[in-house]
Design a protein around this ligand. Structure first.
Ligand code: AMP
Ligand code: MG
Length: 347
């Protein structure tokens, strides 16, 4: 086991030691298939509190509780599982789907940001599953980054943000999906999509029938009712140091508009996050390819990593090509719009 500034770095063969830290109420970051998570015992108030401190996360932003076996869900929630819930689990667990249900009394309020509901997910990543199994605990885990920064998809991102602030990191490779889990609320009469993610809206609707989309998914307007439902939505999110501008609309117009913006900003160090199809078209700026328009899964893997790279290279302004809002595109555009703090140019 290596030590960096007081944080223990665990290899796969040292999972038992990492699990012991979790049992002692300590914080351990670990890879999942969505992004890296920062884990603590979900039933230990003090441990959960230290997650909020390490990340600088507002205390009313609830955490997702991670489990390693489907049967553990029953003990965390108040009511018998409905047919809808069981079908979702059968189809999507383990995987990037988080389900919100009424919580059991034993789940402390700190974990759920004071809400009467709990968000639960069973991740698919083998290291995440092994760690949770070894700890024999439900593990509360938000993304393992400083609050407000782009989510961590590489071990190095976790180190950059949290070394010295957390007890351990289980090292792994790149998080494959690259955006966080889909969050669906089944605690109400009708299912509501609270956050788009790795499981698409289309896939959910196939199982659940009609699924409402929470207004915060597609717009920036958040009224007080919506805050009460999913408080995470109101905070600054996924923001690099650089200013981000998102250009959305008709595909043919996007590169033309971006070229215009490049010349208007010639006094600044400009970066363009481009699709492979258009990357050759931009000149005299820092260009990073996010992937092909025909492969949204490739793009979702890359977006957070590229935002961090632009910062590391001292770019002042990042211009991002918008993508179609369907399938994984809904999750990708939701993250990009937030990164841009809704500075969107429509073409
Ligand atoms: P993060 O941990 O940063 O990936 O964010 C967790 C997301 O899940 C946030 O958008 C939260 O608002 C949402 N969430 C977690 N628990 C609940 C809950 N009980 N009810 C509604 N949304 C939740
Ligand atoms: Mg997060």
């Amino acid at each position: 086991m290596k030590l960096i500034e007081g944080t223990k770095i665990f290899k796969k063969s040292e999972i038992e030691e990492a699990a012991k830290l979790l049992q002692q109420g300590r914080l351990v970051a670990f890879p999942t298939e969505t992004v890296y998570g920062l884990g603590a015992n979900a039933l230990d108030k003090a441990a959960v509190k230290s997650i909020f401190t390490a990340k600088g996360r507002p205390s009313d932003n609830p955490l997702i509780v991670h489990i390693a076996e489907q049967k553990e869900l029953k003990s965390l929630v108040k009511r018998k599982l409905t047919e809808d819930v069981r079908e979702l689990i059968t189809n999507f667990w383990p995987g990037p789907l988080t389900i919100v249900l009424k919580k059991d009394d034993k789940v402390p309020a700190v974990t759920t940001g004071g809400l009467e509901t709990i968000a639960v997910r069973m991740p698919q990543h083998p290291l995440a599953l092994e760690l949770i199994k070894a700890a024999q605990l439900p593990i509360a885990a938000p993304s393992a980054n400083l609050s407000g920064k782009p989510s961590p998809t590489l071990f190095e991102h976790v180190i950059d943000d949290l070394v010295g602030k957390i007890d351990g990191v289980l090292a792994g490779g790149q998080a494959g999906i690259g955006v966080e889990s889909t969050v669906v609320d089944l605690s109400r009469e009708k299912p509501v999509l609270l956050r788009p993610g790795g499981v698409t809206y289309e896939e959910l609707s196939e199982i659940l029938g009609e699924v409402k989309i929470d207004p915060t998914v597609e717009t920036k307007l958040v009224n007080d009712d919506q805050r009460a439902i999913s408080p995470g939505m109101k905070y600054k999110h996924y923001s690099p140091q650089a200013e981000v501008i998102l250009v959305e609309g008709r595909v043919e117009e996007i590169p033309i508009k971006i070229k215009e913006l490049i010349s208007e900003n010639s006094d600044l160090k400009v970066g363009v996050m481009a699709t492979n199809e258009f990357s050759d078209y931009y000149k005299g700026v820092t260009i990073k390819e996010m992937g092909s328009r025909s492969n949204l899964a490739e793009i979702s893997t890359n977006i957070f990593k590229l935002l961090r790279e632009f910062d590391a290279e001292g770019v002042d302004k990042i211009i991002v090509e918008g993508l179609p809002i369907k399938g994984l595109g809904l999750a990708i555009m939701n993250r990009l719009r937030k990164s841009a703090a809704y500075q969107i140019i429509e073409v």
